[in-house]
Design a protein around this ligand. Structure first.
Ligand SMILES: Nc1nc2c(ncn2[C@@H]2O[C@H](COP(=O)(O)OP(=O)(O)O)[C@@H](O)[C@H]2O)c(=O)[nH]1
Ligand SMILES: [Mg+2]
Length: 246
């Protein structure tokens, strides 16, 4: 399967060269697209200077920081005219083990979506503080319960999609700006009956650079998840009439 790894970056100069080298080595058949939001630390310059730039490494530079969801949509759209069979998404901070890319892509032989999962047997999280672990676990429980999702790691950011599945689930037209982009795609995939499998991974905390997680990102996720469920439970006509009578 011709595969593209899409890697969004913001302020990842400290580790971008090492992660590109690791991906190229561990997954010798893939190309990598870095989607950088004009990071002031010069991440994009390091990508453009990489020896594999324009061979296996490509750069999509966007004018300003505009959120993880928007960066991924731009990366997925970039893939479309280039005939990739599979698209992988991953962080640029070594939280997602590059050595697992071949396994995720191999899982697409019998699945539409393969999720690198922390919350299935064999999956693990290393080095995260107790509070960050608790937020992640509770967040997952919340979205799984509200949306009734079967997938155990609905917020996972390490995934492989058959390109056709990516288009079918509407990932290019999704609404989310921040990390709830992950939840939105898991929800969309399950609702249209795509075959979703989980591959256990060990998630490791970043050792370089800083996390971009913020309370805005958490708030957006809570509001959107509740909104999606509301739309599913309350028929569109009632929502319209309710608004009209107010
Ligand atoms: N292009 C782009 N990348 C982003 C943005 N926000 C986060 N990222 C990247 O998305 C990935 C996940 O973010 P990260 O800070 O590692 O989040 P965490 O793993 O939840 O702590 C990293 O590769 C970030 O550099 C953004 O607004 N634009
Ligand atoms: Mg990360």
């Amino acid at each position: 399967m011709k595969t593209l790894v899409v890697m969004p970056t913001y302020q990842e100069a400290a580790g971008i060269v090492a992660i590109l080298d690791a991906v190229l080595l561990e997954a010798p058949d893939v190309d990598v697209l870095v989607v950088d939001d004009s990071s002031p630390d010069g991440t994009s310059i390091l990508v453009a200077d990489h020896p594999a730039h324009l061979v296996r490494v490509f750069l999509l530079k966007r004018p300003e920081k505009d959120g993880l969801g928007a960066a991924y949509r731009a990366g997925f759209a970039w893939a479309q005219p280039r005939n990739y069979d599979a698209v992988v998404q991953m962080d640029a901070d070594f939280s997602h083990p590059p050595a697992k890319i071949p396994e995720l892509v191999a899982a697409l032989r019998t699945a539409d979506v393969a999720i690198g999962s922390r919350y299935v047997s064999g999956g693990a999280i290393e080095d995260w503080s107790a509070s960050r672990r608790a937020i992640s676990w509770l967040g997952n429980m919340f979205v799984r319960t509200v949306l009734g999702l079967a997938v155990h790691d609905a917020t996972a950011g390490f995934r492989a999609f058959r390109n056709k599945a990516l288009l079918r689930l509407g990932a290019l037209e999704s609404e989310s700006n921040g990390y709830c982009f992950q939840v939105e795609n898991a929800w969309r995939a399950e609702r249209i009956g795509l075959r979703v499998v989980e591959v256990p991974i060990t998630f490791t905390d970043r050792t370089l650079g800083r996390s971009k997680m913020s309370s805005w990102i958490v708030l957006e996720a809570i509001i959107r998840v509740l909104g999606w469920r509301f739309r599913e439970l309350v028929p569109a006509r009632e929502q319209f009439e309710g608004a009209a009578s107010r």
